[in-house]
Design a protein around this ligand. Structure first.
Ligand code: KG4
Ligand code: ZN
Length: 334
């Protein structure tokens, strides 16, 4: 079989990224230009600034990636791009660049759902084994997905309100932990104890999640303590919050694995970098003889290698688009 070289483009939020991946599992070169420092000044991503920065950088990032791989556009088999979901202005930059390149070089254009990308980041570590359950935990998603095979996504549960990464970032903000809060709350949690009595998020028989009650409890606690003139122990707060989050994520995931008679678990999305979640799942999966896969840390947060990896499987399944591909701010994973 001929080798397939996919050039992936990701620009759905605040990372401009381009990557070349061979046969869906071998990363040849990746460039990620993060705008995090700029957005940190505002305490979160400013969509208008994000899209403007993508416009400024996308051409340079494409050139840099090809140079790093010592390849030319002519060597590329197909172009994969995140078409959604995400910030519409940001997505448009990636989609327009991919469409233009595909048209210019007459290459197939492969639309990739951002969450499919996060899931296929796992294939860059080891071949994904089916059937599997994917726990998707990112800034915009908290989903449990059953996959019988490649590109077969059956959502069995999801967030009813805030996504888990979003809850991390909001809790961090109220506790005056700088943006992006998730990684810092994770780090801090190891310096504290589970000393604050916080509510357990939606612990029912469904596979849905709800983190807004937990988030509000943290916000109220911080405000009340401030009003009383008391200081908050940030490390204890981080530990209590992370314990509640990890407890419910692991509990529902384990139940899904059992109910669906699946013994492969993959974790995907920015919060897959969370060390509390990684450690707890490692222990639980060992105890229950479940094969566990995480992306390496660099592939947990947004990057184009994951888009190129997913693009390979989409390409093999003939999931091509015309050059009139539209960016979509929201779209169901399919
Ligand atoms: O997947 P991602 O890069 O972007 C989206 O597609 O949403 O995820 C970003 C999210 C942010 O909310 C960030 O705070 C969170 O992932 N995050 C973490 C950790 N590292 C990143 N949350 C908890 N613990 C971490 N170590
Ligand atoms: Zn993402």
């Amino acid at each position: 079989m001929n080798d397939v070289w996919i050039l992936g483009i990701e620009s759905s939020c605040d990372e401009t990224s381009v990557s070349i991946v061979k046969n869906g599992n071998e990363e040849i070169a990746t460039v990620v230009l993060s705008q995090m420092d700029t957005h940190a000044n505002y305490g979160g991503v400013v969509p208008e600034i994000a899209s403007r920065m993508h416009v400024e950088n996308i051409t340079l990032v494409i050139e840099e990636c090809l140079k790093k791989a010592s390849m030319k556009m002519e060597d590329i088999t197909a172009i994969a791009v995140t078409y959604g979901p995400g910030l519409i202005g940001s997505l448009l930059v990636g989609v327009t660049s991919a469409t233009t390149l595909a048209y210019l070089y007459q290459k197939p254009l492969i639309p990739v759902h951002h969450i499919a990308g996060h899931i296929y980041a796992n294939n860059l570590e080891q071949p994904m084994q089916f059937p599997l359950i994917a726990l998707v935990v990112s800034g915009g998603h908290t989903d449990l997905i059953y996959m019988k095979d490649n590109y077969s996504f059956e959502k069995i549960g999801g967030t009813l309100d805030d996504a888990v990464g979003e809850a991390y970032d909001k809790v961090a903000r109220v506790a005056s932990i700088p943006y992006p809060g998730g990684p810092l709350v994770d780090k801090l949690s190891y310096e504290g104890e589970d000393a604050y009595s916080l509510p357990t998020p939606l612990d029912d028989t469904s596979y849905n999640f709800s983190f807004s009650g937990l988030k509000s409890a943290v916000i109220n606690l911080v405000h009340n303590e401030k009003q009383r003139g008391n200081t908050i122990n940030e490390a204890d707060l981080a530990c209590s919050f992370q314990t509640r989050v990890v407890d419910i994520l692991t509990k529902k995931t384990l139940r899904a694995l059992k109910q669906y008679h699946v013994n492969n678990l993959i974790v995907a999305g920015g919060v897959a970098a969370n060390s509390g979640l990684r450690n707890r799942l490692k222990t639980l999966c060992e105890e229950n003889q479940i094969h566990l896969s995480f992306p390496s840390l660099k592939y947990c947060t947004d990057n184009a290698a994951m888009i190129a990896a997913a693009g390979y499987f989409a390409y093999n399944l003939g999931r091509k688009s015309g050059y009139d591909l539209k960016a979509k701010a929201t779209d169901v994973l399919h």
